[in-house]
Ligand binder design. Sequence first.
Ligand code: NCD
Ligand code: ZN
Length: 345
Amino acid sequence: MQTLTIIQPDDFHLHLRDGDAMQSVVAYSARQMGRALIMPNLKPPISTVAQALAYKKRILAALPENSNFQPLMSLYLTDKTTVETVREAKAAGIVAFKLYPAGATTNSDSGVTDLFKLLPVLQEMAEQNMLFLTHGEVTDPEIDIFDREAVFIERVMKPILAKVPNLKVVFEHITTAQAAKLVCESGDNVAATVTPQHLMYNRNHLLVGGVRPHFYCLPILKRESHRQALVDAVTGSYAHKFFLGTDSAPHPKNAKENACGCAGVFSALTAIELYAQIFEENNALDKLEAFASKNGARFYGLPENSRTITLIKQSQKVPESVVFGDNEVVPMCAGQEILWSIQEA
Ligand code: NCD
Ligand code: ZN
């Protein structure tokens, strides 16, 4: 049977939630990932160093015994973040700040209303070599939801990069050809994460034959040509600028299967298997290890993980749902056979 051994991957965009919900999902990531960049959009958001350190402790306490999983912490950027916060964060080992434009997505009410007012904070991040992670969508109600990433590039990303040219930016969960192009054309200080769902699906999956709430995430799935552009980006000649970030974002089943269903795809259960399937389908299995285990570590200035994992070409059926606190969560590809599995050590 075909096997593929790679350096243990990292997930540079992960929502773990908190409390019982976190307790239910953290082991799925810890089973396959060496490290994960933990998203700070809790309620209330993780916006101070003290909150981040306490959250990190709760994550470590929720891990299975003997786990080598390391959470990398980020702070939620708000209108109130100061230059001092950046210095304090650096000293405390926090690696990044996450921009949520106010109102852009789940728990983003405390997000930034005008990024240009935070230029000194961004300059300090550049100075301290801290990463600036962006949810790259405008929230202007006049802008069509399918255009919000492309408009963000023109209105925010390009002007910010012009003003703080040495800022280390991760354009999170990119979904468009425009975003892929921007990353390819920018300097080595600009990179992007790409989720499994944006590599696998287009907006027809979300909307044809009925509204399928488990395909609803933000930024929203785009048309097929954009999906193809993302596949080209992660396998093409600038592939070193793109890396694994699942954006695994669990929500209770009933909150998604709802008249106002919330955004987020829960992929942590079989993340590396899904990426393996995508890369193989695109004749690029040889590029999986760099995407999953090398490019992100290099961009973050971290060593590659010392362990390896072995993938095996053996299909597995993804469960219809798994426990999520006192509820359940429906994973990506629920009920389907997927082509790869992890070989248990
Ligand atoms: C994320 C969540 O649920 O926290 N949802 C999503 O659709 N991606 C928030 C986010 O990353 O935008
Ligand atoms: Zn996210």
